[in-house]
Design a protein around this ligand. Structure first.
Ligand code: HQG
Length: 296
C-alpha cells in the first residue's frame, strides 16, 4: 500500500538532504495504518518539488511529545546543532492542540529514502570505513600497526568498486559528518580515527573523562547489558558519547533507542582507562553493570 505524507518546505529539504530521518506526527487514524516497510511518498505542496520516495524504517510511538523528545535523537527529527538547545516538546503545540496530542498519542515516523542525496559519496565513504576499520583485505591492502594505509595503495585498491581521485578522497575526509578519518601531515597516509575491529593502535593517550558519559543502544540489548555490562562486541573498545543527543543518535542504529549513563568519573578513580579519539568519541575497554544506569 502506498501512503503520501505532506511535508513543510523546511522539513522536505531536511529529509531530502538526509539530515532529518524522523518525521513527527499525531498518531491518529491515518498514521495508525502505517506499518514498517510501507512505501511512502513525501510531498511538499508549498514548493511544488519532486515527491521523495521512501519506506517506513521504524515507527516510534509515544503517549506524548515530552516522552518522544526525551527518547528520540532530536538531531534526526528536524533540529540542528544551532537550535537544539532551545528544542522543546511545546514546539509541537503550533501544529497539534494539547487535546489532540492527549487523545491520539504521537509517533516518530523513521524513513529510509529510496534515492538519498549524495548517495555515491556516502557509499564510497561507508566502503572506506569498512576497509580502514574492519577488512583492509577487501581493497587488497594492509594497515600498519597504527592503522595507517598508503593513500596511493588505497585509491588503487578500491578503484574497481569506487574510482576516486585524491581530491574526492580529501573531500570525503574533510566533510565526513563524524570526522571518521585523518591524513598524516603530508597526506600520503590515511586512517580511521576510531571504530576498528582489527587490532591497531591509533596512539590515543589515556585521559580523564568527564564525570558522566552516555551510551546509546537498542532496547533489545538492555537486559544483557544490565547483566554483563557494556562489552566491545566486535570492536576494540566500548564507544561512549559526551552528550545525550549523540548517544540517542547512536542508539537508534539498533532499533528503539535507549540511553545509559556511565559513571565515568568514578570508573576512572577506580582505575579504568579512558581514551578520547580525535573525533571526540570516548573509548574504554568495558563498563561493568555497577557503573551503568538506564535513563528514563
Ligand atoms: C551493544 C558509530 C548486549 C552495544 C557510532 C551496541 C559509534 C551489548 C552494540 C560507533 C552488550 C555494538 C560505535 C552486552 C554492548 N549485551 N549488547 N553486554 N554490550 N552491547 O556498532 O556503540 O558511524 O559495535 O550497546 O556513532 O553502537 O560507525 O557499537 O549497541 O560511535 O562511525 O552492542 O559506531 O559510528 O554495536 O557504535 P557497535 P555502537 P560510525
Amino acid at each position: 500500500m502506498k501512503y503520501s505524507m505532506k511535508l513543510s518546505a523546511q522539513t522536505y529539504r531536511m529529509v531530502r538532504s538526509g539530515q532529518q530521518t524522523i518525521v513527527l506526527r499525531l498518531d491518529d487514524e491515518e498514521q495508525r495504518q502505517l506499518q514498517v516497510n510501507d512505501a511512502i511518498l513525501c510531498v511538499c505542496p508549498e514548493e511544488g518539488q519532486e515527491p521523495l520516495e521512501a519506506r517506513v524504517k521504524a515507527l516510534h510511538r509515544f503517549p506524548n511529545f515530552a516522552k518522544l523528545y526525551a527518547a528520540l535523537p532530536l538531531l534526526k527529527c528536524g533540529y540542528s546543532q544551532e537550535n537544539l538547545a532551545a528544542a522543546s516538546p511545546e514546539d509541537q503545540n503550533q501544529f497539534y492542540s494539547q487535546e489532540e496530542q492527549e487523545r491520539y498519542g504521537v509517533v516518530g515516523i523513521e524513513l529510509r529514502l529510496r534515492h538519498p542525496e549524495g548517495n555515491a559519496k556516502r557509499r564510497a565513504s561507508m566502503f572506506l570505513s569498512m576497509v580502514l576499520r574492519h577488512r583492509p583485505q577487501e581493497a587488497g591492502i594492509t594497515l600498519d600497526a597504527h592503522g595507517w594505509a598508503g593513500v596511493d595503495q588505497l585509491l588503487q585498491g578500491i578503484n574497481r568498486r569506487f574510482p576516486l581521485t585524491e581530491e574526492q578522497l580529501e573531500d570525503i575526509v574533510r566533510t565526513d559528518e563524524k570526522q571518521r578519518y585523518s591524513f598524516n601531515s603530508d597526506k600520503t597516509r590515511i586512517r580511521a580515527n576510531q571504530g576498528h575491529s582489527i587490532p591497531v593502535d591509533v596512539e590515543l593517550a589515556p585521559c580523564e573523562p568527564p564525570e558522566v558519559l552516555y551510551h546509546g543502544t537498542g532496547e533489545k540489548y538492555q537486559k544483557s547489558i544490565l547483566e554483563k555490562g557494556l562489552i566491545p562486541k566486535t570492536r576494540l573498545y566500548v564507544h561512549l558519547s559526551q552528550d545525550v543527543e549523540t548517544a540517542k543518535a547512536v542508539g537508534i542504529r539498533h532499533g528503539t533507542p535507549i540511553v545509559f549513563t556511565v559513571q565515568s568519573g568514578q570508573m576512572y578513580r577506580d582505575g579504568f582507562r579512558f581514551y578520547r579519539s580525535v573525533n571526540g568519541v570516548w573509548l574504554t575497554y568495558l563498563v561493568p553493570p555497577a557503573y551503568l544506569k538506564k535513563m528514563e
